[in-house]
Design a protein around this ligand. Sequence first.
Ligand SMILES: Nc1ncnc2c1ncn2[C@@H]1O[C@H](COP(=O)(O)OP(=O)(O)O)[C@@H](O)[C@H]1O
Ligand SMILES: [Mg+2]
Length: 340
Amino acid sequence: MSGMAMTGGVSSLLLSKLSVLGFEPLGTILGKGLFAKVVLVKEKSTEKIYAFKEIFHPGKWCKTDEVRGECQAASLPDSSNFFLKIRGFLTANSGNSLKKWHLVEPSKLKECSDDYIVGVLSEYIPGSENLFDFNEKRTLTKKKVCDIGKQIASALKEMHERGLIHRDVKLENILIDKNGKIKLIDYGLSRSLRGGRANTLCGSMGYVAPEIYKRETHGVKADAWAFGVLLYALAFDLYPPFIEMEDVVLTPKNTVEFADSGITIEDLFKQKNKSLINSELGRDDAFWTLLNKLLCHEDKRITVAEALEELFLKEQAHEESTLIEISHSRLHKFLPCACL
Ligand SMILES: Nc1ncnc2c1ncn2[C@@H]1O[C@H](COP(=O)(O)OP(=O)(O)O)[C@@H](O)[C@H]1O
Ligand SMILES: [Mg+2]
């Protein structure tokens, strides 16, 4: 994008195209990563506000029919409240020359002959935060961890039932609104398994399942692993102890060794985090039973649908009490990587 003027957070090229399509960028950047930027836009005719995700290097990430398929499936009008309602995809018909631009409805995407998705227009959730920012500002109670966990598992279960795998489940990809309702976002690495298994090395470091690191094929249980990492991070403001930092580069080696060893995550936690053993979730048997079944070798791992049947997520009446006194400085963000 170098050399391109930026207006209201959107490149001038996109701005002119959005304007032709009847949208005005409002200058607020909701989020920015390596591959995309999300900005607020207003539809001029209706004054409605939307989130517009501009995808960088669209040709590289979004040109295959497969990727379009997931975007479409995850945004079906009858999809549950756990997913963002996608209004349309901004597409271009000829790669870098970007001669013709269209806003294509999700249901029409499969029929569309255009090559590239350059942006996604979706519902804006006012007052929402992603779970990373939300977690950083608050000390979560056990009830809250359970409540958030249940909703995330329900969203993933629905995706999996449609034959889709998310592959980038992490704190930053969950929105939580003012009423505590979650939405799973960012289907950039999602794909349809079509009854088979996937084999691309992808995900965000720290959340990648051992079978992906091992370059074996993977299925929906890779999301169950990432869900386990996310629960652990919410509970302890730490990532699981098999993750090792080498400056900023994380090594997959420990994850794979851990999964192959048969050691439970509970044992590893108790060896490495003695100060947290007596925290409310640190001594919660139902929580550890769930994590032990999520953070393990794929052969032994439960699915997210099974996780919903586990005692910790089934229990309704958790007591409202403070989890642990934490400084909220130990978690860090991981960028997705399509080829680690
Ligand atoms: N519809 C939305 N409403 C409010 N905030 C959003 C919305 N979509 C994305 N965001 C914010 O933008 C961030 C990046 O969005 P995401 O789709 O995950 O893009 P990326 O591919 O760059 O990770 C999210 O973590 C969230 O904070
Ligand atoms: Mg994201």
